[in-house]
Design a protein around this ligand. Structure first.
Ligand code: SF4
Length: 465
């Protein structure tokens, strides 16, 4: 069910500068129709671009630093370029292409939902979660990996560790303790006579430790304007699909949020999930290029990225062959074909047998697990019989399951499952040896939780659940 959406292919940058060697650049500018964007070009493309202007190659590196590391908003802000070159770029209609934050909603739990506007006025939503959720998220976080190891070694202990709220509290305690230790160390250090150099080392160590402790933030990004997959429990599906995002627009969401939050990888530990609006595998080439740019240019660690698919089977095979690839998550949501087809109509094209075959054939790296996401809908797919069917589906796979209680919204016919049924579901999976985590909803009060992303303008007047 390949969705036909209009992918804008714009090689105007090369038309402007007349470089015939790199006409395969397929990113369209995120600026207005008279401009072209630097965001979305990789190091080699930026270098070719500046050379085509008669500038030395190192100018490409300067552009890369300004666009992806300093995240400047305009060419005029690129202070490493001469005034003359900045003028030339502006004359030629070259812009940075950083998308605009049109609106911002802050949840009581600290989650921030951004409405981000592209150059053509289309909007997508991007979510900032200031802390990972201690292992349940499948977001590529180190906390998640630690939890998995813990489950391997001690399933009973893991139950206690992963119960509601405890992981975050534990992380906070750990951070506080470390900071207390550091304060004591600092006092001792000041009292001793070891000189300025050692004090400087200490300050650097303190800053590093503080960053490590605070750094479990996650950004959830969109890959399309709207979505065509039509999952019945998802608000985004109600939009339909408007168009694919370019690689530059996907990366631009991250740059805009990093800038707004004043954080910067790799110093700040950032997790990234391709789980916002849209199906990344229906915009595969742009998604793959964006992932590469995020790793190589923005500096986000590959192991901290996860992409979620509703089950576009051919692209699961393709992802396994990519040199740079986020971890794989599959949105399962049903335990048999009849139920899955009802909840996710794309199951008619790629049924569970095909999906599980692709998952089993997926080339996992060392310590990599596939995550299966399962949205629990009250009385629909949350029974013990469903849990037992899931166990059979996943038998023999190196995987974990994230259980997500439905996040409700206007126009969604399903209800939130009972807490007891969620606990029972999780218990059945775990007792069968399948690591299963109940994911805490994030930003439900601002419609930022899973399946709730929809253009803000359309829901601004709806009451929060
Ligand atoms: S859950 Fe994901 S794939 Fe399904 S409709 Fe929503 S955005 Fe699209």
């Amino acid at each position: 069910m390949e969705v036909q959406v209009s992918v804008w292919v714009n090689s105007r940058l090369w038309e402007i500068v007349g470089n015939p060697t790199i006409r395969n650049v397929s990113d369209r500018a995120m600026t207005d129709s008279s401009q072209v964007a630097l965001l979305g070009l990789d190091r080699a493309e930026l270098t070719s671009f500046v050379e085509s202007l008669g500038e030395p190659a190192y100018r490409g590196q300067q552009l890369r630093d300004a666009v992806y590391r300093q995240r400047v908003a305009s060419v005029e802000e690129i202070s490493t370029l001469s005034q003359q070159l900045r003028g030339t770029l502006t004359e030629k209609g070259v812009a940075v292409g950083l998308p605009r934050i049109a609106q911002k909603f802050v949840s009581e739990d600290g989650t921030v939902r951004y409405l981000i506007e592209m150059g053509d006025g289309q909007t997508v939503e991007t979510v900032w979660m200031p802390e990972g959720d201690g292992g349940e998220a499948g977001d590529g976080s180190e906390a998640g990996e630690q939890a998995e190891r813990f489950v391997d070694l001690n399933p009973t202990g893991a139950e206690a560790l992963l119960s509601e709220e405890k992981p975050i509290a534990a992380l906070k305690r750990c951070a506080t303790q470390n900071l207390t230790d550091q304060t004591q160390n600092q006092k001792q250090q000041q009292n001793s006579d070891q000189g300025q150099e050692q004090n400087s080392d200490l300050r650097q160590r303190q800053r590093r430790t503080q960053r490590q402790n605070q750094g479990r933030s996650t950004i959830c990004i969109s890959s399309q304007v709207g979505c065509a997959v039509d999952c019945q429990f998802c608000l985004t599906a109600l939009l339909g699909v408007k168009r694919n995002l370019t690689a530059g627009e996907i990366v631009g969401q991250v740059c805009a949020v990093l800038k707004d939050q004043q954080v910067s990888p790799p110093e700040d530990r950032i997790n990234l999930v391709f789980m916002g609006m849209g199906e990344p595998f229906l915009n595969y080439d742009n998604f793959v290029k964006a992932a590469r740019l995020l790793v190589e240019e923005v500096g986000i660690a590959e192991r901290r990225m996860t992409v979620s698919t509703a089950g576009i089977v051919p692209r699961i095979h393709d992802l396994g062959g990519e040199k740079i690839r986020p971890k794989l998550a599959i949105s399962l949501n049903a335990s048999n074909d009849a139920l899955r087809t009802r909840l996710m109509p794309l199951n008619k094209k790629w049924n569970l047998e095909m999906l599980m075959a692709a998952a089993k054939a997926y080339p996992l790296r060392t310590r990599e697990w596939i995550t299966f996401e399962y949205v629990l809908l009250g009385g629909v797919n949350d029974g013990p019989e469903n849990a037992r069917e899931v166990v059979e589906l996943l038998r023999g796979m190196r995987c974990k399951v994230n259980l997500i209680a439905l996040n409700p919204g206007p126009g969604i016919e399903f209800t939130i499952p009972d807490a007891e049924r969620v606990a029972e579901f999780q218990k059945i999976l775990r007792e069968s040896g399948v690591p299963a985590f109940v994911r805490r909803p994030r930003g439900r009060d601002i419609y930022a939780a899973c399946g709730q992303l929809k253009r803000t303008v359309e829901i601004a007047t709806a009451p929060a659940p």
